[in-house]
Design a protein around this ligand. Structure first.
Ligand SMILES: [Mg+2]
Length: 320
């Protein structure tokens, strides 16, 4: 049985959301969307589902959930160096809470407009709170970044300051104490992650491999290494940590969070040392740091920290 007024809800909250794009020949309102692909492009598709209580706190506000469900997909596009263009949204709601829905739609809409994504269709059903986005877009043929392709001797880079989102989650769950601006900053980093789309696009033709950090730096780097049939040596001293993270968690826990906490949605990538100057000069809205190198020896090793074994297994300092 459909929720009462389902179509009214779709009309009210999801028509004309996101960016207006000329390549949308038919969007919300027909049986399917009709989209014009640019000539010579390869279609890129990603799908991510987020579930209350698993991927976000059940009491998270609508804006944060609407932002997150698109941000996690945009982050996968960033990792591929792909241009996001069109999104389909599936939303399962326990009840038609209009205030929550309005906030959800605003969070989604704000991020979609910022990244030029049009909402071209969707579906709503009644059930436990859960949101799915299918994101579509493209790359010029042959230019997509992949996980495989890192070569021994390549530099290893990361964007932003990993660990902040993990600290934000720990604060929300009462496992870490923080106050004032530090608390606000870390909560924002968890609740409203910023996908690194611009950086991913700028890395086409430069990076040899790339992945986004959703499960934790060490765990996601291990995936990149396996796909590249190589390993990585990471220098703990060169790992960027935000002042907010160090203030809230202290040096040791900050390093562990930076290595193993999830939800940062930063990019980890490899590139030849000859590309160093080019990478440092990239105009990508986020700082990047060289944190180590790709090795022939398989696996992820961390230099300068007494937590190598745990870190490589996605260790979470705050978990009991
Ligand atoms: Mg990913």
């Amino acid at each position: 049985v459909n929720a009462p007024g389902e179509f009214e809800l779709i009309e009210r909250f999801f028509t004309a959301r996101g960016a207006a794009r000329e390549d949308v020949l038919l969007g919300v309102g027909d049986d399917a969307a009709l989209l014009a692909m640019p000539p010579g492009a390869e279609l890129v598709l990603a799908l991510d589902t987020i579930v209350a209580g698993r991927h976000f706190p059940p009491d998270a506000n609508g804006r944060a959930v609407g932002h997150r469900v698109l941000a996690v997909n945009l982050s996968d596009f960033a990792a591929m160096g792909a241009e996001p263009a069109w999104a389909l949204l599936g939303l399962t709601l326990p009840a038609s809470d209009e205030i929550w829905l309005d906030a959800f739609a605003s969070g989604f809409d704000e991020l979609a407009r910022r990244f030029g994504v049009a909402l071209v269709g969707g579906d709503t059903t009644r059930g436990p709170l859960c949101a799915t986005v299918t994101l579509a877009g493209w790359v010029p043929a042959g230019t997509a970044l992949r996980r495989g392709g890192a070569r021994p001797g390549d530099d290893l880079w990361i964007s932003g300051t990993p660990g902040d989102a993990g600290a934000g989650l720990a604060i929300l769950q009462g496992r870490l104490a923080a106050t004032g601006a530090v608390r606000e900053e870390l909560l924002r980093r968890f609740l409203l992650p910023e996908p690194r789309v611009q950086l991913g696009l700028a890395l086409r033709g430069i990076a040899t491999a790339c992945i986004d950090v959703s499960d934790g730096l060490a765990a996601d780097l291990a995936k990149l290494c396996r796909a590249s049939d190589a390993g990585a040596l990471l220098d703990a001293a060169r790992l960027p940590r935000s002042a907010a993270l160090t203030t809230a968690a202290g040096d040791t826990a900050a390093l562990q969070l930076a290595l193993s906490a999830g939800d940062d949605y930063e990019l980890v990538f490899s590139a030849p040392p000859a590309a160093r100057r080019r990478i440092e000069k990239l105009d990508s809205a986020v700082a990047v740091h060289c944190i180590g190198e790709i090795t022939e020896v398989p696996g992820v090793r961390v230099e300068g920290a007494a937590l190598e074994r745990d870190a490589a297994h996605g260790f979470d300092h705050f978990d009991d």
